[in-house]
Design a protein around this ligand. Structure first.
Ligand code: NAD
Length: 351
């Protein structure tokens, strides 16, 4: 089996690449534009082997996508490439619409062209797996869970762009018969998480004794899933999911932002004691506009139908994440200092 993984050099995409290489016999095509959110080190050890190749491609470039499909003749696509940071989507939504909506359209069309020319036996087995977020469902009150039937109500430019992509994927199945599966997952955390996101930002600021910014009163709640658990769920969905279906994926680990920040401070105080408890570094900052109050996932469908459950508790996953950040300062320091860009590392722009 050969799979094109888009967004392969990003946080979750690279975890999926490692999962596939370590746990399955499949080979992979790691496709990525290498935006600010990607780093070549993320793929080191992945594309060095003989079961993985790298394609430096923008999913908005249709001709390049056609070339990649013709060259590699995949059995599946796992689509993770996206602009993914909500705060950036508030500052400037254009690139989110471009990549998440228009890019997904180009990828669907390139896939459809390739898929419709396959012999019948390969067409039936082919899968297009679109990887999405629980943020498409909007915000919950203090009770309730998102199910696969929850109506879409995206509130940020990011979640609206992902919801649009979900709808395009659904339409390409219903209109063109493309064999798709869609998954909507809660917040991930783990190794290679870009330092602008909450958990890595707090770990690094706490290590450096800098203020720990918490939006509003810190009461916004997210469900957290260790990235390796997400990777195993995605593999289960692409290989065993039912065509045309969607699956919610979650960690059953609801925490308020303040609880997350406290947990990081307490773990670091235990691992690397300092004079003052790190909780004293917490600084409440003006809330994000339109900040959703609570996300929580009902993941019973994937558990019941595909036999998947998360293996890593929040406490264990958080400790593993902190240890990873302690041991990999050479990865995050240049990103943090803002000195990294793809050009400087000699990658150039994606065609
Ligand atoms: P990320 O920002 O770490 O990685 C995204 C990757 O996509 C980067 O490597 C980037 O270079 C690449 N990319 C961006 N634009 C591209 C383009 N035009 N062409 C090709 N590649 C492009 O994101 P992530 O956190 O790894 O998220 C991956 C996917 O999972 C996204 O689709 C996101 O919406 C979804 N998701 C993320 C989370 C989460 O908590 N991070 C939760 C649920 C779903």
């Amino acid at each position: 089996m050969k799979i094109i993984i888009t967004g392969a050099a990003g946080f979750i995409g690279s975890a999926v690449c490692r999962y596939v290489l370590n746990n399955t016999g499949a080979s992979i095509v790691c496709l990525d534009k290498m935006t600010y959110a990607a780093h070549p080190d993320t793929l080191r050890g992945i594309v060095d082997g003989d079961r993985a190749v790298f394609e430096h491609v923008d999913i908005c470039n249709r001709a390049e996508l056609d070339r990649v499909f013709a060259t590699h003749e995949p059995d599946a696509v796992m689509h993770l490439a996206a602009e993914s940071h909500v705060d950036r989507s508030i500052e400037g939504a254009g690139v989110f619409i471009e990549t998440n909506v228009v890019g997904t359209y180009h990828l669907l069309e390139a896939t459809r062209k390739y898929w419709s020319a396959l012999p019948d036996w390969r067409q039936g087995a082919f899968r297009f797996h679109h990887v999405s977020t629980d943020e498409v469902y909007g915000s919950l009150g203090s009770t309730g869970l998102f199910t696969e039937e929850t109506a879409y109500a995206p509130n940020s430019p990011y979640s609206a762009s992902k919801a649009s992509a979900d709808h395009l994927v659904r339409a390409w199945h219903h209109t063109h018969g493309l064999p798709v599966v869609v998954s909507n997952c809660s917040n991930n955390y783990g190794p290679f998480h870009f330092p602008e996101k909450l958990i890595p930002l707090i770990i690094i600021n706490a290590l450096e004794g800098k203020p720990l910014p918490v939006y509003g009163n810190g009461e916004n709640v997210r469900d957290w899933l260790f990235v390796e658990d997400h990777a195993s769920a995605l593999w289960r969905i692409v290989t065993a999911g039912k065509v045309g279906e969607k699956y919610n994926v979650g960690g059953n680990a609801e925490r308020s932002n303040l609880q997350v920040v406290h947990a990081i401070c307490d773990a670091l105080d235990e691992m690397l004691p300092v004079a003052k408890p790190r909780r004293e570094l917490i600084a409440y900052v003006t809330d994000r506009p339109g900040h959703d109050l609570r996300y929580a996932i009902d993941a019973s469908k994937i558990r019941r139908e595909l036999g998947w459950e998360p293996q890593v508790t929040f406490e264990t996953g958080l400790r593993r994440t902190i240890e990873w950040f302690l041991g990999n300062q050479a990865w995050w320091q240049p990103l943090r200092a803002g000195v990294y860009d793809g050009q400087r590392l000699g990658l150039g722009a994606a065609p």
